[in-house]
Design a protein around this ligand. Structure first.
Ligand code: NAP
Length: 303
């Protein structure tokens, strides 16, 4: 099968298209013909081994050193079940599925193997493969960190970085939780964030939200500390919480993937797609994603 290999850490130039052996499903595995996947901020971080020195050891343990343990990156997918292992009961050949394999990676390829008990579920019926592939990463991480902030109905919630993959999901999921949502983004994304259901949008190039005198119950920094270390205590209500997207690992589960499917089918969660590339253009997609200014997801068409 064709796959994009990351045989060593480095710039996007280390990525190359190759013919590799198609994975064989073990008894509990599902083999998926990948139709669409994405390049995420995390793919770029891993490819470049771009973490602060303090995180080198945990990162090396998680993804391998001196080279990636799984040389095929790509965390999320949508596709069709090609075959199943003999003990698989939940899926059958031909099922249309979507999912997320976190640091298991392997999605930048024509076929992806995942355990039946992993984060794989039937695809939202109303979404195309490309739309479905844009849901898991941003949706699961946004859910995890909004829960970490103990989001509740009626709260005033601010999403900093509301136009990215995690931020655009967080705006929609916070709205669905019954919160009043303010999104923060740059000028070109203001209308987009409003269209996701935000009650208000602040353009960070024009205004510092911490000096407006407004207060929030929950502030989610969906940009990450490396780019946006927020000093936002004065914008928090008494007992308010400030959660940053790179404080700790997200808690992701199959139940939440199924919840995202249901929210997508009800229209409460819509995919946000920026650019689309072919599989052989993954290096180009990495160059774009690592600018840190994509809107929602960058899709890779595999079929
Ligand atoms: N904890 C974890 O395990 C984990 C996993 C994955 C990712 N992360 C973190 O999550 C971050 C976001 O991921 P993502 O996929 O949502 O990224 P993304 O899609 O690239 O979005 C980045 C967002 O940041 C905004 N932004 C960039 N520079 C900014 C600045 N200087 N000030 C304010 N906003 C800025 C961008 O908006 P504009 O274009 O409008 O500026 C965009 O909304 C990653 O960079 C990473 O640090 C953590």
């Amino acid at each position: 099968m064709k796959a994009i290999l990351c045989a060593t850490y480095g710039s996007p130039e280390v990525l190359r298209l190759a013919d590799v052996e198609r994975p064989t499903p073990r008894p509990n595995d599902v083999l998926i013909k990948v139709l669409a996947t994405t390049v995420t901020a995390s793919d770029c971080i891993v490819r470049g081994f771009k973490v602060p020195v303090a995180f080198w050891l945990p990162m090396a343990l998680a993804v391998g050193f001196p080279a990636p343990r799984q040389p095929i990156l790509g965390m999320e997918f949508a596709g069709e079940v090609e075959s199943v292992g003999r003990e698989v009961g939940a899926f059958k050949r031909g099922d249309r599925v979507f999912g997320f394999d976190n640091f298991g990676f392997g999605c930048h390829a024509e076929y992806k193997r995942i355990s039946e008990s992993g984060l794989v579920a039937l695809k939202p019926v109303n979404l195309s493969d490309e739309d479905a592939a844009a849901i898991p990463f941003g949706g699961l991480l946004a859910l995890s960190f909004l829960r970490k902030g103990q989001i509740q109905s009626g709260q005033r919630v601010l999403i900093y970085g509301a136009s990215g993959s995690i931020g655009s999901s967080a705006v929609q999921l916070a709205k669905h939780s019954g919160a009043t949502v303010t999104g923060v983004c740059s000028t070109r994304n203001v209308e987009r964030v409003m269209s996701l259901g935000a009650d208000a949008v602040i353009d960070y190039t024009q205004e510092d939200f911490t000096t407006r005198g407004e207060r929030f119950d929950l502030i989610l920094n969906a940009v990450g500390k490396a780019k946006a270390r927020l000093r936002c205590e004065r914008a928090l209500n008494l007992g308010g919480r400030h959660v940053t997207i790179d404080d700790g690992s997200p808690k992701v589960s199959r139940e939440d993937l199924i919840l995202l499917k249901q929210l997508a089918e009800s229209g409460a969660l819509r995919p946000v797609i920026d650019r689309r590339y072919a599989l052989e253009e993954v290096p180009e997609a990495h160059r774009y994603v690592e600018t840190g200014h994509k809107r929602g997801s960058v899709i890779i068409r595999v079929a």
